[in-house]
Design a protein around this ligand. Structure first.
Ligand code: 13P
Ligand code: ZN
Length: 275
């Protein structure tokens, strides 16, 4: 893209590619879903020449001291993932966080727009994942993953039920998310309450499901985060394909088999979810 060299900077390129990949997967109808990335010092320096006069500080209704002074790339509220590549500076942008860790201001992009309505949830998830990973976590991704959402109508809304169903539906799952997944009951999206409920679960899990709404995934970079979301959604799709046959399930991955996978791959499975 020749428009402006900011689009050639690695973090911006990676962010746009992930938005487009999510769109192509069918997880982002209309303005569904949102993506945030906590920038590294070198990302900020590379993008700084393109920064504009900062906007007003806007309070978020949540606070995290460990994110004071950070910069995030974020999709815009009401913006379509489908349009990120053709209308980038209206669809996403960069925000700076103040020294109290409770407000953002726009420093680039988001022209005529503001950060995603789920910014409080992203922000609190960034805070707990940063703490849980010694600073390694950088990406929070919210997607309207069709098969995961559908499962929230038929499975009990417990971390255990979802973790077991997903682990048993694809052999790679216990390796990719050995701690399991968290489940948030249906709540009104876009505010501080759902942000606090989700981030409480993200202290334990890399991913949390919002009942009848979607999925939140986290990770150190775009590839790993997208891969986690893709793995969870694919496992849910397999679960549905099995259910849809109407056939009795003759065999699944047993708990002993899950333990054997964990041993060979050197991961610690969440024992609370095993029989
Ligand atoms: P935004 O358009 O504000 O990002 O909201 C989309 C969404 O998925 C809400 O949960
Ligand atoms: Zn949503």
């Amino acid at each position: 893209m020749a428009k402006n060299a900011i689009y050639n900077i690695n973090c911006i390129e990676g962010f746009m590619r992930m938005c487009n990949d999510g769109w192509l997967q069918g997880w982002h109808e209309r303005n569904g879903g949102n993506l945030t990335y906590r920038m590294k010092a070198e990302d900020i320096e590379a993008c700084r020449p393109y920064f504009k006069e900062p906007g007003e500080w806007v309070n978020m209704g949540v606070q995290a001291e460990n994110l004071a002074g950070e910069y995030f790339i974020t999709t815009g509220s009401g913006k379509f993932f489908r349009n990120v590549e053709i209308r980038p500076c209206e669809s996403f942008g960069i925000v700076e966080i103040n020294e109290k860790g409770d407000s953002w201001r726009i420093v680039w992009g988001l022209e005529g727009a503001k950060p995603t309505s789920e910014f409080p949830s992203h922000f609190m998830n960034h805070s707990v994942r940063k703490a849980a990973t010694n600073g390694a976590n950088r990406v929070i991704y919210h997607l309207h993953a069709t098969n995961v959402i559908a499962l929230t109508y038929v499975l009990p809304l417990t971390d255990r039920a979802f973790s077991r169903a997903l682990w048993q539906s694809a052999t790679e799952c216990p390796v990719v998310f050995p701690e399991g997944v968290g489940v948030v009951p249906w709540m009104v999206p876009g505010g501080a309450d759902i942000a606090m409920a989700t981030s409480e679960l993200m202290k334990t899990y890399q991913a949390a499901i919002w009942a009848q709404h979607g999925l939140f995934a986290s990770g150190p970079d775009f590839d790993i985060t997208f891969g986690l979301a893709h793995t969870i959604e694919k496992s849910a799709e397999i679960y549905w394909k099995v259910l849809a046959t109407g056939q009795p399930v003759l065999q699944t991955i047993t708990d002993d088999a899950l333990r054997a996978i964990a041993k060979d791959f050197g991961v610690q499975l969440n024992e609370a979810f095993l029989d």
